[in-house]
Design a protein around this ligand. Structure first.
Ligand code: KIV
Length: 273
């Protein structure tokens, strides 16, 4: 229920995420980028919805997440917020919106919160951005961290391979996660890292880890909704379980519509005024 100092008790909060970890209750998250999909995802009982900058790939067809702008993220996030009644809504801070310094990071996080109405932001990076993360938290904005394969750094990594397989990178990831959790982040996304490392990180911090390609010991899981519904094609990483083949369902339905229009079967009398 919206209104002055009235909170909706059914709404999932960042505090609830932490309580779920404490109780050993797994956290389910999916991405969404538009009103219609977000409404379906929310009504199906998801705990958290991420407006990922993967919108760049999924919605726009770009090869990377780098082109996404703050205005575009706000547009997608507003569309999702308009649909969601229960899930925690987290919006990615896109490439270039915080790497330039603390002021820009806080300014853009405030814009995203104010103009989209989302509940929290997610930000890629470790101790390099700790001061910016602290400043965003100081502004009263909940932050989810994102470690491991951070797609905004794809040009530095040179590919989408599993991260932190070597000791040095694994140790840095662990200390990054501890520093970000200690700073007050309410969760840490772990993308494409060895399951054993994700398990250790999960045991070492008191806020939930949300894994994507990080094994079964994370406190929760996130997938890109278009991938798990089988809408996207030609993307089959090991971590992706497809729960539907919407590509086939949609292609069949659209093919049938085309045939009905061509044959004159659609619209019939009942479908006419
Ligand atoms: O942008 C995104 O969808 C993400 C998830 C893959 C975690 O960051």
């Amino acid at each position: 229920m919206a209104g002055y100092l009235v909170s909706d008790e059914r709404k999932v909060t960042t505090r609830r995420f932490i309580e779920m970890k404490q109780k050993g209750e797994k956290i389910s998250m999916l991405t969404s980028y538009d009103f219609t999909t977000a409404g379906i995802v929310d009504r199906a009982g998801i705990d958290g919805i991420l407006i990922g900058d993967s919108a760049s790939n999924v919605m726009v067809g770009n090869a990377t997440t780098l082109p996404m702008t703050v205005d575009q993220m706000i547009y997608h996030a507003r569309s999702v917020v308009n649909a969601v009644k229960r899930a925690l809504v987290v919006c990615d801070m896109p490439f270039g919106s915080y790497q330039t310094g603390i002021h820009d990071g806080v300014y853009n996080a405030i814009r995203i919160m104010k103009e989209s109405g989302c509940d929290a932001v997610k930000i890629e990076g470790g101790v390099e951005i700790l001061d910016t993360v602290k400043a965003i938290l100081d502004a009263g904005i909940p932050v989810m961290a994102h470690l491991g394969l951070t797609p905004q750094s794809i040009n530095k990594f040179g590919g989408y391979a599993v991260r932190a397989k070597e000791d040095k990178e694994a140790q840095k990831l662990m200390s990054d996660a501890i520093a970000l959790a200690d700073a007050g982040c309410f969760g840490v996304t772990l993308e494409k890292v060895p399951a054993a490392l994700a398990e250790k990180v999960t045991a070492s911090i008191n806020v939930p880890t949300i894994g994507i390609g990080a094994g079964n010991h994370c406190d929760g899981q996130v997938l890109v909704v278009a991938d798990m519904l089988g809408m996207t094609q030609g993307f089959s990483p090991r971590f992706l379980r497809r729960y539907a083949n919407l590509n086939e369902v949609m292609t069949d339905a659209i093919g049938q519509y085309v045939a009905d229009v061509k044959s004159g079967d659609f619209p019939n009398d009942k479908e006419s005024y």
